[in-house]
Design a protein around this ligand. Structure first.
Ligand code: PLP
Length: 391
């Protein structure tokens, strides 16, 4: 018996994103021991590459074994002690998840809400900070994958620091797709995930802790509730000592290494520009198909576009046909967006002109078949306009 070769589905949903052959090949290399000297140098280089994409000098930077949610859990379980007051911005599924994880760590969670499809208003955070001077940490999602909102960070970081609290940023759908800039923005903790804009398969959650965060960690009075995610062990393995804690997922680290190397080869600015250009073209094309974006221009993510499903077609039938006939996956809506919005991902390797045109053609064809009349030609023309402007 062998694994049947999985179909080559073009991943244009909310993640995972398409994985480059180079990364798959790296992942298929011979497994080394987790304390093998050759593997230790791979770890060192992988961590340097992570510092490069996070744009940080933080010593405590490494990939958590587990998916993006493990990064979220690692950040909170180490930073929060029972009884700590924590503010969390909630304007979608991932902010809600962060609030849930924080409360499981024993935090007194103070939610700051915004409507789905809108960013959190920094003034609302400031009001809660003023009303709760003991707040220790503010958690915010940089790229809310459930809604497609790009959260501006600057004001929130400044307010948080003025109140002597730490800022924790979920950069799962931003790292590698738009600037996270940990040091320049003075983010205290940020985590991400392999399978969005970094372009590796799911399985690791890069994370970074700055000095202020490590200071809070050192002053903890209670033991970290999670043995697996306890920073004091993890830093001993990822640091000089190479102290065995758990077996690192060796081949996943090969994959991340290769994906990060590809990012370095491309260049950060070039990569951000590419994400911006392709999402601009995609939005122009989708609009021409009569498929309107949910989020206004200013706050729209380049890596994930949410669009309203035209009223004359059925959500599931369209997505099923895309998958079956065109081998393309896009995402459905979550929560209040279920059945109302689609989520189109242009992440990592997936963000390119070929994919933009493929989806516009395939989706346009299906929409026409299902009674939503539109012109694929117009859509391709509008997308092309953006590519022309760029040249
Ligand atoms: C995908 C995602 C997560 C969770 O990552 P998993 O890899 O699914 O565990 C967390 N936050 C955001 C913003 C995400 O997009």
């Amino acid at each position: 018996m062998h694994l049947e070769k999985p179909a080559e589905v073009l991943l244009m949903g909310p993640g995972p994103s398409p994985v480059h052959e180079r990364v798959l090949e790296a992942m298929g290399q011979h497994t080394l021991g987790h304390l093998d000297p050759d593997f230790l140098s791979i770890m060192n280089e992988a961590v340097d590459l992570l510092r490069f994409v996070f744009e940080t000098e933080n010593q405590t930077t490494f990939p958590v074994s587990g998916t993006g949610s493990a990064g979220m859990e690692a950040a909170l379980v180490n930073m929060v002690e029972p009884g700590d007051e924590v503010i969390v911005g909630v304007n979608g599924v991932f902010g809600q998840r962060m609030a849930d994880v924080a409360s499981r760590c024993g935090a007194e969670v103070i939610e700051v809400n915004a409507d789905w499809g809108c960013p959190i208003d920094p003034e609302d955070i400031e009001k809660k900070l003023d009303a709760n001077p003991g707040v220790k940490l503010v958690g915010i999602v940089h790229a809310e994958t459930s809604t497609g909102v790009h959260q501006p960070l600057e004001d929130i970081v400044e307010m948080t620091h003025n109140h002597e609290a730490l800022i924790l940023v979920d950069a799962v759908t931003s790292l590698g797709g738009l600037p996270v800039e940990v040091d320049r923005r003075k983010l205290d903790i940020a985590y991400s995930g392999n399978q969005k804009c970094l372009g590796a398969p799911p399985g690791l959650a890069p994370i970074t802790f700055g000095e202020r965060a490590m200071e809070k960690f050192k002053q903890r009075k209670s033991k970290v509730q999670s043995w697996y995610l306890d920073l004091s062990f993890l830093t001993r393995y990822w640091g000089e000592e190479r102290f065995y804690h758990h077996t690192a997922p060796i081949n996943m680290i090969y994959a991340l290494y290769e994906a990060l190397t590809m990012i370095k080869e491309e260049g950060l600015e070039e990569r951000y520009d590419r994400h911006r250009l392709n999402s601009g073209a995609m939005v122009a094309g989708l609009k021409a198909l009569g498929v309107e974006p949910v989020v206004e221009d200013q706050y729209r993510l380049p890596s994930l576009i949410t669009v309203w499903i035209p009223g004359d077609v059925d959500d599931f039938s369209v997505r099923s046909r895309l998958r079956r006939d065109d081998l393309i996956e896009i995402g459905g809506g979550l929560g209040p967006f279920k059945g109302k919005a689609w989520r189109v991902g242009l992440m990592g390797n997936g963000s390119n002109r070929t994919n933009v045109e493929k989806l516009l053609k395939a989706l346009g064809g299906i929409l026409n078949d299902m009674g939503h009349k539109c012109s694929v030609e117009d859509a391709l023309f509008e997308a092309n306009q953006l590519y022309q402007q760029q040249q």
